[in-house]
Structures are given as C-alpha cells and as structure tokens.
Design a protein. Sequence first.
Length: 140
Amino acid sequence: MTPHTQARIDRLDRLANNLDSRYRLPLTNIRFGWDAILGLVPGIGDIAALAPAAYIWLEAHRMGASNGVKLRMAGNTGLDWLIGSVPIVGDILDVGLRANRRNVDLLRTHMEQQGHLNRASDATGRFQSSDLPKHRKNAA
C-alpha cells in the first residue's frame, strides 16, 4: 500500500468515525457521531450532514473507485438522508445505519481488491502518478 493511499483511507476513516461512532451512550454499547447529532436540528441538520458524506464520495471518485462502488456509496448516503429526515424515529434509526462507515469500508475493500493498497511505496512516501488507477481505452 502506498503511504499516500493509506493516508487518504486513514483520513476518511477518521472522518467516518467522527460522523458515525465518535461517542458512546453511557452504560450501553450504542455509538453515535456528528451525523446523528446534526440530524436532531430540524430542517437543516440532515442536509448539513450530506457535506462530509459527499466529500467521502468525492475522494472515492478521485481514488478511482468503480461506478458500482460509487453507486452503492450514493445509495447508502441517500438512505441515510431519507431515514434521518423522519423526525425522532429517523434520528434513532440513523444511529444504527452508519452510512459513512459503510462507505469507507466499501472503498477500502475496493482498493484492496484492485491492488491499490498492497503496492510498495517509493522512499519519499509522496504521491506519484503511478498511484492512480490505470484506465483502459475502448478498443474500437
């Protein structure tokens, strides 16, 4: 795994953790994050929580995630928004969905399957054009 790719995944992992499971309710194993807290704000809370979710999706796109992975990520985010938009009950269910965690896990799995997380890095540990996925041209 290149240091650059690992650093990007780690950064997204920290963001997803803050959004979905940063805090724990005392005396329980129930974890929640800023996504659930923002969802409590009527009207704008769930919309505001879309910004970091969109950032995770954009990073997946930049890292070369397949259209199928990006579609699943968009579906998770859309479901999170839809469920969270239902007052009270939606906020409770939103705690269990953890769409951002799911999306980062999808991206990590995809990158591992594509071999992007197993490559040796150069000595500097900086991003190189070889870190980008190779795109095939259509043979006509």
